[in-house]
Design a protein around this ligand. Structure first.
Ligand code: SF4
Ligand code: SF4
Length: 204
């Protein structure tokens, strides 16, 4: 097997392997994370059954090592939430090959929405990434999710709605969440643009 083929197979194993391993974390983050921005306050988070609380450093170290070694893009090849978007779109393609081209006006509105979400997230971070009310119950995942549904406050539902809308639109627009809503994705894009600009400026 040549190196190119090996690299391709390894990339797919990593992409879907990370997704399978991280799936319970994704479910907890979507349905139970009590912070506006997940992953930033894991050390003091009361959701003691969230794997991110204990394993995110290892994950970050693995992702950095893997990306550096194999020159892979985090969003395309590592992030389990991005893979979830891909899976949703692939399942849709099994049923319909029709593609949806986003009209320009809609694309501009989505781009605007992206920066509104990003701006809101920056404000939330500057305000200490507030924690909203959600019952912290360590039981089975399903029981805790049920309890959250019954008793959480409106901020919880607003965030959940945004996530569900993003995932639903990923059925018709590939990676809708990643392209137009994810604040981490927007931050990565802005960093990349900044680096490119500096490189062009100094002809590096
Ligand atoms: S440990 Fe807490 S803050 Fe971190 S991702 Fe999990 S639920 Fe969210
Ligand atoms: S844009 Fe966000 S959700 Fe999508 S792959 Fe990147 S970090 Fe993950």
């Amino acid at each position: 097997m040549d190196f190119k083929k090996f690299k391709r197979i390894l990339s797919l194993i990593v992409k879907y392997g990370v997704f399978i391993v991280a799936f319970p974390t994704l479910a907890i983050v979507i349905l139970r994370c009590p912070y506006i921005v997940p992953f930033l306050a894991c050390d003091m988070c009361p959701v003691v059954d969230c794997p991110s609380k204990y394993h995110r450093r290892e994950f970050v170290a693995f992702a950095i090592g893997y990306i550096a070694l194999f020159r892979k893009d985090f969003c395309g090849w590592v992030c389990p939430y991005g893979t979830l978007n891909d899976i949703i779109y692939k399942i849709k393609r099994k049923f319909s090959k029709n593609t949806f081209k986003i009209p320009l006006e809609l694309r501009l509105s989505f781009n605007f929405l992206k920066y509104v979400v990003f701006f809101f997230i920056i404000i939330a971070i500057l305000n200490g990434n507030p924690r909203y009310y959600i019952p912290i119950h360590t039981s089975t995942l399903m029981t805790s999710i049920k309890l959250a549904f019954m008793t959480a406050g409106s901020a919880y539902y607003a965030r959940l709605l945004l996530i569900l809308v993003g995932l639903s639109l990923a059925i018709v627009v590939p990676r809708f969440w990643c392209r137009f809503l994810c604040p981490y994705g927007t931050a990565f894009q802005l960093i990349k643009k900044g680096v490119r600009k500096v490189k062009n400026e100094f002809k590096i």
